[in-house]
Design a protein around this ligand. Structure first.
Ligand code: XIL
Length: 345
């Protein structure tokens, strides 16, 4: 039986997973480590390259967990996606508290951001294939106000100019890494009006960045889907990829998983053919992968965890409970989604 990475290689596609470093180190769970090594050709740190982990105390960097992932990847001939330089979540307390109590001014905040990007990108220089430079900077239609806008901590304090700055600082620190904007809910276009269509808003943003010479190389589409929302159409997804790649950008699916609500006849341990929810989940993996395979500038297809044993979904989506979002069940048995992915490769 061919591995995922072996199958993907024939298409020139890198197939990846987010890696949970605790699971990777757990000697009681050797299957985790073995599967990361044997099935995937690229890895992403699920958490250990985030700011709160890298710089828990101001000026003191904790590189060890991320370096460990890079060493693992090198031993297994895997490339690494760097995740993430600028995001509003998982920031260290000293930073958010300092901004909140006024001890860090907005002017100083911009310098802190520049120094962080520079230090991190330099530390990993030459070892990172693609960097998620800016993550989730754009609102969703259900946010307030409803018109799509630049959201979150960074835009609030620095205005949206931080986005162009971040790409420039990253490029200055490593001229070779591919620099990505990464976001969710941008798998397909909607109305085509940036006021209510997040994909259109992101499209116009990256187009403007390119046109003004900002060093951006790609758009990462996270691909966090849920079966309650139905399935996409492959043509819609490939059309969206094509619109981005027509701008001269690369694309990648960076965090794919397809969760289901654990109600309405779905329960933990369900893993197969008979359950319609899981069929839908499997189908959505197939649709995103097919779209990626249809575009030669879609460079990689990364899943956000590969086993229901280690997935962020059950801890994150609790009301109603959701789960069953990955390719293998909790006992590392292949699910229908894995079958579909392999069949397409
Ligand atoms: C998630 C991790 O999987 C969790 O372990 C962590 O507690 C929270 O963050 N979009 C992203 C990822 O870009 O960094 C998030 O990862 C999932 C959503």
């Amino acid at each position: 039986e061919q591995s995922l990475r072996g199958l993907a290689q024939r298409h020139g596609l890198q197939i990846g997973t987010a890696v949970d470093m605790a699971a990777l180190a757990d000697t009681a769970d050797p299957q985790y480590r073995a599967t990361v090594a044997s099935q995937f050709s690229t890895v992403t740190a699920e958490n250990v390259m985030k700011w709160e982990v890298l710089e828990p105390t101001r000026g003191t960097y904790n590189w060890a967990p991320a370096d460990e992932l890079i060493a693992f990847a090198q031993r297994n001939r895997q490339s690494v996606r760097g995740h993430v330089l600028v995001w509003h979540n998982q920031l260290p307390g000293w930073l958010t508290a300092g901004v909140a109590d006024g001890s860090i001014s907005d002017t100083e905040l911009r310098v802190i951001l520049r120094d962080h990007i520079t230090a991190v990108v330099k530390h990993f220089k030459g070892k990172i294939w693609q960097w998620d430079v800016v993550n989730e900077a754009v609102s969703d239609p259900w946010d307030s106000p409803p018109a799509i806008h630049y959201k979150g901590f960074w835009a609030q304090h620095l205005g949206d100019g931080y986005i162009a700055d971040a790409f420039r600082w990253a490029r200055a620190a490593d001229a070779k890494a591919l620099l990505f904007y990464n976001d969710y809910n941008i798998e397909v276009f909607g109305s085509g009006n940036a006021a209510d269509d997040k994909t259109q808003f992101v499209y116009e943003m990256v187009k403007r960045l390119r046109e003004t010479g900002v060093p951006i190389d790609g758009v990462g589409s996270q691909g966090h889907l849920g079966t309650q929302y139905g399935n996409y159409d492959t043509f819609q997804v490939s059309d969206a990829l094509r619109r981005f790649t027509d701008l001269g950008l690369a694309t990648a699916f960076t965090e794919v998983d397809v969760r289901s609500q654990m109600t309405a006849g779905v329960q933990a341990g369900d893993s197969n053919e008979i359950n319609p929810r899981l069929q839908a989940s499997a189908g959505n993996f197939g649709i995103l992968l097919q779209a990626c395979l249809s575009n030669r500038h879609c460079l990689s297809f990364t899943v956000w965890g590969f086993t229901d044993r280690h997935s962020w979904v059950p801890t994150w989506f609790t009301n109603p409970p959701e789960g069953l979002a990955t390719l293998y069940d909790e006992a590392y048995q292949p699910k229908r989604a894995l079958g579909i992915v392999k069949a397409e490769l």
